[in-house]
Design a protein around this ligand. Structure first.
Ligand code: G6P
Ligand code: ZN
Length: 542
């Protein structure tokens, strides 16, 4: 019943920031998904008889690939598969299941916040036994294997029913279909004071949560409306759809503009939040105020003690290099470590495993803690709710008080999407070449203090990751960072991260783009953005 199928390698199966992401038609090529799945298994060892967790964000092609994983895991000797009912598992919920049931690892099918559908994006990612995205050592091995693969193993079996909770035996392997929500919701209940949150909603607190027709819908319904007693209708767009209703399930000010508009309107609820395709990102908006992900990280860290899980304090805070320095000031005040990692959640894994960091976050709308090894959108919402319940102030008051105490890091990211790859690479190459000459030069009235290509030295395992983004630091602490996205599926995306620290509370009410105008102009002058990309403005500003 087990077949060995001859195949030839594909040369484009290099995992990016977060697994392999391609358009659905690429994954639909004969042997394409199978090659990558077998390359994952070939890069691992010692999984015979062990458990593999499998689930995805429900996007188009999710169910088909789950069937392939079942047939191939059975043929490769796994002992048990744990699959979320309907093939659904949010990324943090998958991470939790791997940890809770001591699985060997997990396969998560998602392209996160990218659109879904027959012509849109799909992705496959491997998570290791700590519940986190495979470290580079493993993803490099997967890629190397994908370039040499000559055969894969697959069991000839009927389609397995993934919609009914229960267990079946398949070729000597147990397939267990589990409730995708329960374990996760139970964990949230163990981290936060649900009684306090119930009282908050009882007192008339109004919230809007937008699941963007993606994976968090069933989780949010269970947690907010059923367990916490939020009014029915609190969760919007809560039914996961294979094409996310035709939208980008990306909780930012462009794709969740309706939520932003509602929160700025006269009848705004007290709190607005959204999550992305696979449930690991979050968007936080208070009545009349958007909270940047970088500020959110700093605020969550500064106030985490209100939640039982963090009452004893934090071991440390970690943020990705392009994320603003707001969290650094909190770490300093708390007297705890601050770690600066490259973009990509996988880099937090070692720090969390080693107990060096408790809370982590990225400018790309991800925050999370040591409770799992992924970022976690609903966790961030629950911690925000806990802070609101404990402090009895509005989001706006809490943010402004924080700025008054720590200063404000004005921050914005400008994305230039779908730039021709050669042109984007050309920009970065040229910039890299100029790095030694930049310090000391004047640009738009700003003096360049240092300029480098960020390299990360992992303090836990000593590994080094180079070329993780170009940083230009100006006298006075402002900075501009340039890097190319590692998650896109067409062309290149240039990301420009712009930041200015403002200690003076009298200057905390400026418009962000205005507060950063000179830095934005300097970024263009230094990198020649217009000249290289042919664009005169970014396609997305967050
Ligand atoms: C995913 C990763 C994050 C990363 C983000 C942006 O969400 O999980 O860790 O920050 O993508 O990555 P990019 O390479 O596109 O800037
Ligand atoms: Zn995501």
């Amino acid at each position: 019943m087990i077949r060995t199928v001859a195949t030839t390698p594909f040369d484009d199966q290099k995992p990016g920031t977060s697994g392999l992401r391609k358009k659905v038609p690429v994954f639909q090529q004969a042997h394409y998904a199978e090659n990558f799945i077998q390359s994952i298994f070939d890069a691992l060892s010692g999984f015979e008889g062990k458990t593999l967790v499998v689930g995805g964000d429900g996007r188009y092609y999710n169910r088909e690939v789950i069937q392939k994983v079942v047939a191939m895991a059975a043929a490769n000797g796994f002992g048990r598969l744990m699959i979320g009912q309907g093939g659904i598992l949010s990324t943090p919920a998958a991470s939790h299941l791997i940890r809770k049931y001591k699985a060997f690892g997990g396969i998560i099918l998602s392209a996160s916040h990218n659109p879904g559908g027959p012509k849109e994006d799909f992705g496959i990612k491997y998570n290791a036994e700590n519940g986190g995205p495979a470290p580079e050592k493993i993803t490099d091995a997967i890629y190397a294997r994908s370039k040499e693969i000559r055969e894969y193993r697959i069991a000839d079996i009927d389609e397995v029913d993934i919609d009914t909770i229960g267990k079946v035996e398949v070729e000597g392997m147990t397939v267990e279909v589990v409730d995708p929500v329960r374990d996760y919701a139970d964990m949230m209940e163990s981290l936060f004071d649900f009684n306090a949150l119930r009282r908050l909603f009882d007192s008339g607190f109004r919230m809007r949560f937008d699941a963007m027709h993606a994976v968090t819908g069933p989780y949010a319904k269970e947690i907010f409306e059923r367990r916490l007693g939020a009014a029915e209708g609190t969760c919007r767009n809560f039914r996961p759809l294979p094409d996310f209703g035709g939208h980008h399930p990306d909780p930012n000010l462009v794709h969740a503009k309706h939520l932003y508009d509602e929160m700025m309107g006269p009848d705004a609820p007290d709190f607005g939040a959204a999550s992305d395709g696979d449930g690991d990102r979050n968007l936080i908006i208070g009545k009349g105020i958007f909270v940047t992900p970088s500020d959110s990280l700093a605020l969550l860290a500064a106030n985490a003690r209100v939640a039982p899980a963090y009452a004893a304090g934090l071991a440390g805070i970690a943020r990705s290099m392009p994320t603003s320095g707001a969290a650094d000031r909190v770490a300093q005040k708390l007297g705890i470590g601050l770690y600066e990692t490259p973009t990509g959640w996988k880099f937090f894994g070692n720090l969390l495993d080693a107990g060096m960091a408790t809370i982590c976050g990225e400018e790309s709308a991800g925050t999370g803690s040591s409770h799992v090894r992924e970022k976690d959108g609903l966790w961030a919402v629950l911690l925000w709710l806990s802070i609101l319940a404990a402090r009895g102030e509005s989001v706006k008051e809490i943010v402004e008080t924080h700025w008054a105490e720590f200063g404000r890091n004005y921050y914005s990211r400008h994305d230039y999407e779908k730039v021709e790859t050669t042109r984007a690479d050309g920009l970065i190459e040229e910039l890299r070449g100029r790095l030694p000459d930049l310090p000391g030069t004047q640009v738009r009235g700003l003096t360049v203090e240092t300029a480098d290509d960020f390299a990360y030295h992992d303090p836990v395992d000593g590994s080094v990751s180079e070329h993780q983004g170009i940083r230009i630091l100006f006298a006075g602490g402002s900075r501009v960072v340039f890097r190319l996205s590692g998650t896109g599926t067409s062309g290149a995306t240039l990301r420009v991260y712009i930041e200015r620290y403002e200690p003076d509370a009298a200057r905390h009410g400026l418009d962000t783009q205005q507060a950063l105008a000179d830095l934005i102009a300097a970024a263009d002058e230094i990198a020649g953005i217009r000249r290289h990309t042919g664009r005169d403005r970014p396609s997305v500003i967050t």
